[in-house]
Design a protein around this ligand. Structure first.
Ligand code: FES
Length: 201
């Protein structure tokens, strides 16, 4: 039986019933005689489909797994690599009077920082951005705190820790070193690593 004959007869049988609307039962009835000419093994199809699905799952999960390993490895690597900063002499630090502060830029030109000279003569330095919403902090001589004018946040000048207000964490610390009478910035630490320690010189 050629396919043209099959198609014409099948269509006729399906549509023949006096213009009645064809439904699934009509179609199955009309095509039943031809089923054996086009054997269709549902079990095999099921196996192929399951196999394809398993392959798909395996490939997808492998890709995700490898991606997760790569991402985790990158994070571990970055956590272990401490960024290095070039030392920078802080101009004007030697002449700074106790109870005053000056601004400088470190480690990059766009990073504003603040150097405080406490009343005992020690130096402390921090990134100037408040950890709440990045307003610049200033040194308040009376309270001897670093104050944020935007939402009344306050930080301890000797530790950078939050004293009051909305800031969620301490200020970033600038590490200092005395070289003779000069004060140098030699590194920067993100807050959170040693928040209870004083770090002045
Ligand atoms: S930005 Fe400093 S307290 Fe909000």
């Amino acid at each position: 039986m050629n396919s043209k004959y099959l198609n014409e007869n099948t269509v006729k049988n399906v549509l023949a019933a006096n213009n009645e609307i064809s439904d699934e039962r009509d179609v199955r009835t009309a095509t039943a005689p031809h089923q054996k000419e086009f054997p269709y093994e549902r079990d095999e199809e099921g196996q192929v489909t399951r196999r394809e699905f398993c392959n798909f799952l395996f490939l997808t999960s492998s890709t995700l797994f490898l991606g997760a390993i790569g991402f985790a490895g990158k994070s571990v690597y970055e956590a272990q690599v401490t960024p290095t900063y070039s030392p920078l002499k802080i101009e004007g630090a030697s002449e700074l009077q106790p109870g005053t502060a000056l601004n400088f830029r470190y480690p990059r030109e766009e990073d504003s920082a603040i150097l405080v000279r406490a009343s005992d003569g020690n130096f402390y330095a921090y990134g100037q951005k408040c950890t709440h919403l990045s307003c610049p902090v200033y040194y308040d001589k009376q309270s001897m705190h670093l104050e944020c004018p935007c939402h009344e946040g306050g930080f301890d000048a000797a530790t950078g820790n939050v004293l009051y207000g909305p800031p969620p964490r301490a200020l970033d610390k600038i590490e200092l070193e005395m070289r003779g009478t000069e004060v140098w910035a030699i590194g920067r630490k993100a807050s959170g690593s040693d928040e209870n320690n004083q770090h002045g010189i």
